[in-house]
Design a protein around this ligand. Structure first.
Ligand code: ATP
Ligand code: MG
Length: 223
């Protein structure tokens, strides 16, 4: 099967910090559910950033779907991002847009028909139990509610791949169970590949998953 993400001798880093990820080799396949763990500052967000095309490849190779991330044009990057859903560590919701419009964002970008946007946004709002807050603005929501909105937005356009950075970081059980449930069903029912940074792997979900750990710059897979 062809990999959806493939890294070969991948090196990542920043001018000031220097190298963060050294010679990483891994492949992620369609429908994989992958957890990325590692200490704070180990490079988890850095790795996600490179997959999202937000950080240049320093050496080696990184392919995401058919895109070579080493020399990707702005135009091709925009095309790739349409097939991705992403949940950032700090949510990144649009503050002057209400909840419903935030969820609609990727569908607007992907030029979904208006009626479909409305139906899909309402369906997701009810999935995350926030239908009654459709017209509220992000800053009027709790952290857990904002994170649920961020995930609904990441899923809305049915991407092939979802990248999540600590989606359940500081959340209570209610919100985090809802988020895990949505990710699990996106993976199992919609065949979406999921790559998640998390410190705590939820054990009660009966997921079939892979675990990748970053330690001292090295990326390893554990059974
Ligand atoms: N924009 C940046 N410029 C320079 N160095 C950075 C930048 N972002 C991250 N770093 C450095 O790269 C290293 C890895 O950071 P990264 O954010 O990937 O860690 P992380 O594993 O996501 O940590 P956490 O669990 O705390 O989110 C750290 O040493 C950090 O200081
Ligand atoms: Mg991080």
């Amino acid at each position: 099967m062809e990999a959806i993400i493939q890294a070969k001798q991948l090196c990542l880093g920043y001018k000031r910090t220097g190298i963060v990820i050294k010679n990483a080799n891994f492949s992620i396949y369609p429908k994989d559910f992958v957890f990325i763990s590692g200490a704070s500052g180990s490079g988890k967000s850095t790795l996600l950033r490179s997959i999202y095309g937000n950080l240049p490849v320093q050496a080696g190779d990184l392919r995401v779907m058919h895109y070579n991330m080493k020399r990707i044009s702005t135009h091709r990057l925009a095309m790739l991002r349409r097939k991705l859903g992403i949940v950032f560590q700090d949510y990144k919701l649009i503050e002057d847009w209400n909840v419903e419009k935030n969820i609609a964002l990727p569908m607007i970008i992907n030029k979904f028909p208006k009626v479909e946007i409305k139906t899909q946004a309402e369906k997701l709002l009810s999935h995350i139990n926030l239908l009654h807050k459709a017209n509220k603005y992000p800053l009027e929501l709790s952290g857990g509610e904002q994170q649920r909105v961020a995930l609904a937005r990441a899923i809305a356009h049915r991407p092939r791949l979802i990248l999540c950075d600590e989606p359940t970081g500081n959340l209570d059980d209610y919100s985090s169970d809802m988020i895990w449930g949505l990710l699990k069903s996106s993976n199992e029912q919609l065949n979406i590949t999921i790559v998640i940074v998390t410190h705590r792997i939820p054990k009660h979900l009966n997921l079939r998953y892979r675990r990748i750990e970053i330690k001292e710059g090295l990326v390893n897979e554990y059974a």
